[in-house]
Design a binder for this molecule. Structure first.
Ligand code: PLP
Length: 393
């Protein structure tokens, strides 16, 4: 079954090593706030997990990491936690048109309360042009939030260049990066990048669901979202998800150790997938870019002309047992055009024929062969039906 799973950007399977560690710690039930030995053990485990997370993203100190319930909460904490200080002021924030709803919905929430928001456009490859960021900056801009890698197309933004541009204009502007799709897949080093905050999520890197993290360069500028018993050094109330943190930490540690090997493997698999697609199926276009420097190695978004990807995904799933995604997986139950592909300037027709294939550490060449075989048969069948479909419309 795992070989037929091509939806790694939606979520990844728990890796076996993480399962083993979770089983081992199932009895680690102490409350990290308790002063007795059981509490201290739990506390040290959470601490250890933070160090493992720090190492993966190149953070200097474990107190720069706050564990949350998800990537979504980490993004919300960064944005709302920072904007809280400007409630009474006429401020401006910048984001992009292709963000995940975790960011877009926070921006819309503030827009409804009178905050000015600029949604930066992207080019046909899905990349923000530095000039447009430069032009969008205003004297009252206080926050910029940009995703490192897009969940639908895999396109990677020039984060370092963006940071340099922002800080050269105004060093006080807070720069948050949603790196939920990037961490564990491509090298991310917060100290090198110099960003103010960065969000990432356990279930995207083979860890358990229900845990995310926010890295903060300097936490003093944020207000907590959840007030309570002073956990997480006062940044997030609520008894810690100890087991989740342990699993996330181990997943981070393994991702760090394997990153160079996994990265090369994904690049090689993507090249193989593209080559196979080219020789097996006519009339398709890649959405985003396949430039290795600007895209996730395990993501390919493809538009197959003359078919509806919803029908294609259903055939792939029902007949071949393959899992892929049409549009953003987090919102795939809603039938609406992908805002990301719209921002790339694609037609409604192209968007409706687009499929996201995302793969990961358990994917093999044989799995790609099976995918291609199933895809080409399904695309062929759907295209054969086209004249009849057209006659009926
Ligand atoms: N940001 C991006 C780019 C994502 O792809 C996702 C989830 O798909 C999120 C944020 C939200 O993360 P989580 O599912 O951990 O809430």
């Amino acid at each position: 079954m795992i070989g037929k799973y091509f939806d790694y950007n939606a979520t990844t399977p728990l890796r076996e090593e993480v399962v083993d560690v979770l089983k081992e710690h199932i009895g680690t039930f102490g409350n990290p706030s308790s002063i007795h030995s059981l509490g201290r053990i739990a506390k040290s485990k959470v601490q250890e997990a933070k160090l493992q997370a720090c190492k993966l993203i190149g953070a200097g100190e474990d107190n720069q990491i706050i564990f949350t319930s998800s990537g979504t909460e980490a993004v919300n904490f960064a944005l709302k936690g920072y904007l809280h200080a400007f409630e009474e002021e006429n401020v401006h924030i910048i984001t992009t048109q292709i963000e995940h709803p975790a960011t877009l919905e926070v921006c819309r929430f503030y827009e409804n309360r009178g905050v000015e928001v600029t949604y930066l456009p992207v080019n046909q490859e899905g990349i923000v042009q530095i000039e447009s960021l430069e032009q969008a900056m205003r004297p009252n801009t206080v926050l910029v939030s940009v995703m490192m890698a897009n969940n639908e197309t895999g396109t990677i933004q020039p984060i370092k260049q963006m940071l340099q541009t922002i800080k050269a204009i105004n060093p006080h502007v807070f720069f948050h990066v949603d790196a939920v799709q990037a961490v564990g897949k491509v090298p991310v080093h917060v100290t090198d990048l110099g960003v103010d905050a960065l969000s990432f999520s356990s279930h995207k890197l083979y860890g358990p669901k229900g845990v995310g993290a926010l890295y903060m360069k300097d936490s003093t500028s944020l207000q907590p979202l959840v007030h309570g018993g002073g956990q997480e050094n006062g940044w997030r109330g609520g008894t810690e998800n100890v087991l989740g943190a342990i699993g996330f930490g181990v997943a981070c540690s393994l991702a760090y150790a394997e990153l160079p090997v996994q990265y090369d493997k994904m690049i090689e698999l993507k090249a193989y997938l593209l080559e196979k697609l080219q020789t097996s199926i006519a009339d398709f276009d890649v959405n985003g870019t396949i430039d290795t420097g600007h895209s996730l190695p395990g993501t390919l978004n493809v538009a197959f002309a003359h078919i509806r990807s919803e029908a294609l995904a259903a055939i792939l799933n029902e007949i071949y047992g393959i899992a892929v995604s049409v549009g953003s997986a987090c919102s795939s139950e809603k039938v609406k055009l992908s805002h990301v592909l719209q921002a790339l300037g694609h037609s409604e027709d192209r968007i409706k024929s687009s499929l996201r294939i995302s793969f990961g550490k358990y994917t093999t060449r044989e799995d790609i062969d099976y995918l291609i075989q199933s895809l080409s048969q399904s695309v062929y069948t759907l295209r054969q039906m086209l004249p009849q479909v057209k006659e009926k419309v």
